[in-house]
Design a protein around this ligand. Sequence first.
Ligand code: A2R
Length: 330
Amino acid sequence: MKILITGITGFVGSHLAEYILSLKEKHKVFGLCRWRSSRDSLDRVYNKVILKEADLMDLSALIRHCKDVRPDVIFHLAAQSYVLTSFNAPIQTLSTNIIGTANLLEAVRITGIDPIIHICSSSEVYGQVEKKDIPIKEDCPLRPASPYAVSKVGEDMIAFQYWLSYGIKTIRTRMFTHTGPRRGDVFAMSFFAKQIAAGELGLAAPVVRVGNLKSIRTFCDVRDAVRAYWVMVHKCKPGEVYNIGGNRTMTIKEALDALLSFSTKKFKIVVDPKLIRPSDVTLQIPCTDKFKKLTGWKPEIAFEKTLKDILDYWRLELKRSPWKAITVVR
Ligand code: A2R
């Protein structure tokens, strides 16, 4: 099959490319990236993927690549993916995630190709749910609590509309918290791990800055997540939406404690008001029965391994490139 991954240079995109290229059956993997995109995350597959240059905002480039590649499957992962950043950059977040997705769908429609298109919506669309709605099912009301969440509602809905109106085979997933090595440092576990690694290497004081530690999350490893995306393409139905998530539910504080247990150094925990979202989502526990029943998928990677791998990732990254210890103040 010919697979096109948008956002291949990102956290999930790079893991997905690695997973597909590790399979016994051989597939041709194309990736969309921007001319300024860092290729660092593709270091394990750089000679096996074919990169195509395009910004989601450039419809003509998307049409050209759809015509040229004629993919059987598109994994649409490209996005402004940072929730906290979306409060600082709401317009860019909405443009990239909604208009960018509409551009991709238009490119498919105009070209007349008929791929399965995975649309990467997010658990953030559910926002702050009421206790009675836990665990969260796909029909839970949408109460987006950030520009990012609104953008994902838009992306989710435009994909559904293209299925209804034109029969374009979109399948939407709402992935709950997923993490692992290469996760951007604006996400809690990756940010904590980076600070711990920086403290261990003497690049920063032994302090971990944190936001709201009371939030409850269910964690999934990114490598389980990309396996779910692959299974989805083969077993799920166009026009449908599926929750996907892990099975380890805990507070962010418990997850931080588990991470700290992998370090021999002592760290001071400091709450930083800048890391608290203007409106927060504090309770996210998924019901993933619909997806699991249809596909048989289940998470396999232990949360402890995920945490250890994130920490080892940052230890190596900061040893190689100490300047990465700098954190952008938002
Ligand atoms: O920033 P770059 O140049 O490395 O590319 C990022 C890409 N991207 C875009 N590509 C084309 N046109 C754009 N206007 C554009 N804006 C962003 O999306 C990068 O390759 C990818 C995002 O990577 P991450 O921030 O690491 O996101 P992650 O965690 O891989 O998320 C994958 C999907 C997204 O739809 C999230 O909203 C969802 O999972 O949670």
